[in-house]
Ligand binder design. Structure first.
Ligand code: NAD
Length: 340
């Protein structure tokens, strides 16, 4: 049984909490948030249930902190799970590792490349187990498609496009997510999911060319990119400027030599395969989401003494690097390359 200290009980912290309630191999032993109301999870329960199925949230044995440094000092856990605003990830992750804990950190690893690199260096120095919430690498629709591509049954990928569209997020603490300097705006915060999947599937491109919707603070709320590879065409679009009645959707289209595969979360079934010369079929998907599988994989990796390596500190830093290159490309109207 691994004991977890969860820092940041906002949207994502509650999501992680709901996953730990389902995982038999882990339990939350401490929670931390600067905002006292956010720690008062029982009061949410009084108003109904957190969306954790039919389970109620029972935090009776869980210690609560407003100051994460005090929590790190007191100890009584094995893992620190960081669900803080992105600009705080690096300092907290580094202090947690220095204090001797394994760390799971939400994506993006950081909003600046120097901070991402500081984390990677600290993981190497301390030898602590470290993973990042690049959840698409665990999301059944995406992982089952990757499995199909890797099987080679339908030949090589010739073209792929990815899209992620959302209404503007309004829920975050002090509205930090809409401050481009703190979050990187949607071009980093949201778009990084598809960028990470592109790197996972195809590795670094030779170069990127992007265009973006630029906000008053100079950050990008909607971005479209073409990735230059020698032998395939890849494009991606993402952002959160959709009208508030739109909600959220993620899509992808993969054209292989002998099949076309479509992923669309607004449709049921979510993934359809259209083989050349054969009947189309729905791709069977395991139950559950990436949030569940990424934490399950991290905990079992720690128990076995070796992480799976699906997401690494380096892969997460590379995804930050790519997003920042796309932002550079869009703002400076130039192709950006030289990633390897
Ligand atoms: N994987 C995903 O799909 C996904 C989805 C949403 C958000 N995220 C990421 O999760 C992270 C958190 O995002 P969110 O939407 O939950 O934000 P949020 O604003 O809802 O939650 C952040 C929480 O951190 C607390 N906090 C701020 N400073 C603190 C400090 N110094 N010490 C302790 N607590 C502090 C706030 O009070 C708040 O409760 C971000 O990095 C975001 O990009 C990932």
């Amino acid at each position: 049984m691994k004991r977890v200290a969860l820092i940041g009980l906002g949207f994502m912290g509650k999501m992680h909490l709901s996953v730990y309630m389902k995982l038999r191999e882990a339990e939350v032993s401490a929670i931390c948030d600067v905002n006292e109301e956010a720690l008062d999870i029982e009061s949410l329960e009084a108003g109904g249930n957190i969306d954790t199925g039919s389970e109620k949230v029972d935090l009776s044995g869980v210690r609560k902190y407003k100051d994460y440094e005090k929590m790190l000092k007191d100890g009584g856990f094995d893992i620190v799970d960081i669900c803080l605003p992105t600009y705080l990830h690096a300092d907290v992750a580094i202090k947690a590792m220095e204090a001797g804990y394994h760390v799971f950190c939400e994506k993006p690893l950081a909003n600046r490349l120097e901070d991402a690199e500081r984390i990677v260096a600290k993981v190497e120095e301390t030898g602590k187990f470290f993973s990042v919430g690049q959840c698409l690498r665990y999301w059944p629709a995406y992982t089952e498609i990757k499995r199909l591509i890797d099987s080679g049954d339908y030949g090589r990928v010739r073209y792929a496009e990815f899209a992620r569209f959302s209404t503007t997020p309004t829920w975050t603490w002090n509205n930090w997510i809409l401050n481009g300097n703190l979050s990187g705006n949607a071009a980093l915060d949201l778009h990084i999911h598809d960028v990470d999947m592109i790197l996972y599937l195809f590795g670094f491109p030779e170069a990127v060319h992007s265009r973006g919707v630029v906000e008053k603070d100079g950050s990008i709320s909607q971005i479209s990119t073409i990735y230059r590879y020698p032998d395939l065409v890849v494009t991606s679009s993402g952002g959160w400027i959709c009208s508030d009645s739109f909600g959220f959707n993620m899509r992808a289209l993969y054209i292989l030599a002998k099949a076309t595969i479509e992923l669309d979360f607004s449709k049921n079934p979510v993934v359809m395969v259209y083989p050349q010369g054969k009947e189309k079929y729905a791709l069977p998907l395991p139950e559950g989401d990436g949030y569940y599988y990424e934490l399950k994989d991290f905990i079992s990796g720690i128990e076995q003494g070796k992480l799976s390596g699906v997401v690494t500190p380096r892969s997460a830093a590379d995804s930050v690097k790519m997003c920042l290159a796309e932002i550079d490309s869009a703002l400076n109207e130039r192709e950006v390359g030289g990633f390897k």
